[in-house]
Write a protein that binds this ligand. Structure first.
Ligand SMILES: [Fe+2]
Length: 196
């Protein structure tokens, strides 16, 4: 498997059209990030042997994982420099806001599963993440997969507050987060995939 393989994602057609359109209209760059994360997450999900239903939940969760940022004030969401502690705390509410938005507005039958994955996509393997400080296997598996891909895309995409890193530097940073931020077995599966 290579990351450059074309990904025909038949679950994309099932994405909640209202929520996805709203996110695109609010911030195209966040929507594009979510789309890239979804494409890679389904590949990693297949690599770790997820069953079809879980692949669908993972894909849809990835497409909506940052939808809570629609409720973050522009002064924080679009700030060019690093966030201060207060701003960071507000930004970190986006995962719970995302869960609430999906539960309230998503029409998909398995929205509760999607909302749970979204709530926990910033938990860390060592318990240092948010919103609940879950650790190791208490973090939903799909959230752990999403976390690795989310980090990878964040580091390989241009952001106002950091320079683009080389691919080798990104993989090195991810590897350094083994057992700290990321599930070692998920990270191993990710790093075992061939890159072009
Ligand atoms: Fe996020």
């Amino acid at each position: 498997m290579t990351w450059s393989s074309p990904t025909v994602n038949h679950w994309t057609a099932a994405i909640d059209p209202v929520l996805s359109r709203a996110l695109k209209a609010h911030d195209a760059s966040i929507a594009e990030h979510c789309d890239r994360v979804a494409s890679l997450a389904v590949l990693l999900g297949k690599a770790v042997g997820l069953p079809q239903h879980d692949l669908a939940v993972l894909t849809l969760s990835a497409h909506l994982h940052d939808i809570g940022k629609m409720e973050i004030p522009d002064a924080i969401l679009r700030k060019a420099g690093p966030l201060d502690a207060t701003e960071r705390a507000v930004m970190q509410t986006h995962s719970v806001r995302g869960e609430e938005i999906i539960l309230a507005h998503c029409d998909l039958s398995f929205r509760k599963e999607i909302a749970t994955v979204v709530r926990h996509h910033h938990e860390h393997w060592n318990g240092g993440g948010y919103p609940d400080g879950l650790r190791t296997g208490a973090i939903p598996l799909l959230s752990r997969i999403l976390s690795v891909i989310d980090s990878y895309d964040a580091m390989t995409s241009p952001r106002p507050y950091h320079r683009i890193r080389t691919h080798a530097a990104v993989l090195s940073t991810l590897d350094a987060e083994r057992g700290v931020k990321h599930d070692p077995s998920i990270l191993d599966a990710f790093l075992a995939c061939r890159f072009k």
